[in-house]
Write a protein that binds this ligand. Sequence first.
Ligand code: MTE
Ligand code: MO
Length: 325
Amino acid sequence: MIYHRKPTWHIPEAQATAESAFFNRRQLLATMGLGGAASALVAGRANAAAVPGDDFEPVPERNELFEAGEDREITEEKAATTYNNFYEFGSHKQISKKAQALDTEGWTIKIDGHVEKEMVIDAEDLIAKMSIEERVTRHRCVEAWSMVVPWVCFPLADLVKFANPTSDAKYVRFETFLDPKIASGQRQGWYPWAYNDGLTIEEATNPIALMVVGAYGKVLHKQFGAPMRLHVPWKYGFKSVKSINRITFTDERPVSFWEEIAKTEYGFWANVNPEVKHPRWSQATERVLGTTERIPTVKFNGYGEDVASLYSDTLAKKEGVRLWR
Ligand SMILES: Nc1nc2c(c(=O)[nH]1)N[C@H]1C(S)=C(S)[C@@H](COP(=O)(O)O)O[C@H]1N2
Ligand SMILES: [Mo]
């Protein structure tokens, strides 16, 4: 199977101007001094930090450069939101009810390490600074299941720019909250909580790496990792840290939650690759959530055109192909 993403020159005129149109509309509403719902719209964050599962406002425009891919369909919301990996709430897939214990009100995010200025920012304020859009992308779990989700998101690169890292920053590490009172899984002391993972700066600033704040047109569901989670479409799903409350810029390669548990199974790079088997199972095919289908897995999950250049032969040789994938 081959996936193509429309090249940038394919952007239709309307799409190319959509962002400015959006901001003009906001400005217009502001000058008109509209109150109530309209002023919430002007703020651009009407309910970004409000109830997960509510309609996202303003309604994000779909970025048509991203699509499910040939013979792929958007996974039914019900299927995608009732089969999740979120070990904080249990080491099985049926955590969606338990995850409702997550309290996202007043959620803050700490940005620290090699940045010009460390800070703690309200998730709501951070999200309001970003240009939000919808992207339909493929997600491939290392356990050989996959889904296609319309994420409400912004490029991770914009967050990196906002954080203003110094030249010492070579990696970015993302960490999930730690609160065993609400997250029963965190009472299982043999796991190296808090959940975390990382990317190189080059990966984090690649335009297809995403920060997700919603899905299916809604404020991000708790089981999806509200209020903000990572989505790295070309890597196995465990890299896509949920419910992030700390982002650290560092000069040392982070050792992730899963790498600490089993480094021969869950290495740092974790690029989707059907040719490199997991020590305990094949990665050649994947089960599609919400269907009875099994389909071939594609290298870099079909995003090679965007990311293959990040992984030079020199780097591959240095890292070894197994960990490299
Ligand atoms: N904090 C946290 N983030 C996490 C996980 C987790 O257990 N805890 N699981 C990861 C794995 S293995 C996958 S496949 C995806 C699953 O995302 P989904 O449940 O939204 O489909 O989240 C990733 N992010
Ligand atoms: Mo996963």
